[in-house]
Ligand binder design. Structure first.
Ligand SMILES: C[S@@+](CC[C@H](N)C(=O)[O-])C[C@H]1O[C@@H](n2cnc3c(N)ncnc32)[C@H](O)[C@@H]1O
Length: 187
């Protein structure tokens, strides 16, 4: 796989290394690019998707349908805060692509309070080999605030229980997006 400078190519790299994914969550459906990526990579896995905008659910459904994917997913028009209560199955993979819907309402930006609740809920439901991946956008004011608060929260997680890693470009200008990975430590 060719690795470009873009953060999503590192996401592809990480997804390429996973196996035995049965339940996956796209916590921020947006325009459905990530949802399609997940279903292409793990066609047999069930995908649960969340977004607070109807337009996002519609765009994501359309994107999957256009590729002939009409089953194996369920989308919820509600905040990802409720992941833990809605997805009552062990989660193998959970993506958060934070920020706002490109081409949509910039006011519906993800926010620390709800994101941290969602990540906590997803962690509680995470399968032993499960992985949570977040793309953070520190380049805008709202994104920066969310990033700083989330990082503070992640730094405070018990290292015996959870491993938190960061994949971040160090030599790109203008605070580019980067990835955070969370994994439960077994035993
Ligand atoms: C950067 S976009 C996601 C990009 C998307 N994954 C894609 O592939 O196109 C962020 C999305 O998060 C959604 N969002 C904001 N707050 C949310 C919340 N509390 N729960 C779920 N989704 C939320 C926005 O509506 C927006 O569609």
């Amino acid at each position: 796989m060719a690795i470009s400078h873009h953060v999503s190519s590192y996401l592809d790299l990480l997804l390429g290394d996973l196996d035995e994914v049965r339940v996956m969550v796209d916590a921020t459906l947006g325009n459905g690019h990530d949802a399609l990526k997940l279903k292409k990579r793990f066609p047999e896995a069930m995908l649960y998707g969340f977004d607070v905008q109807k337009a996002a659910l519609e765009a994501s459904t359309r994107r999957l349908n256009r590729q002939g994917i009409t089953t194996g997913f369920e989308f919820f028009l509600q905040s990802h805060e409720n992941i833990g209560e809605v997805v009552r199955r062990p989660i193998d993979l959970c993506l958060f692509n934070l920020g706002y819907l490109p081409g949509g309402d910039k006011g519906r930006h993800t926010a620390y309070d709800t994101t941290v609740k969602a990540v906590t809920g997803a962690l509680a439901e995470l399968s032993p080999r499960g992985l949570i991946l977040l793309t953070l956008y520190p380049g805008s004011l709202r994104g920066r605030i969310e990033t700083i608060l989330l990082e503070d929260h992640f730094k405070g997680l018990d290292q015996k229980a959870v491993t938190v890693m960061r994949i971040q470009p160090l030599n790109q200008k203008n605070d580019p997006p980067y990835l955070i990975l969370l994994r439960k430590n077994s035993g």
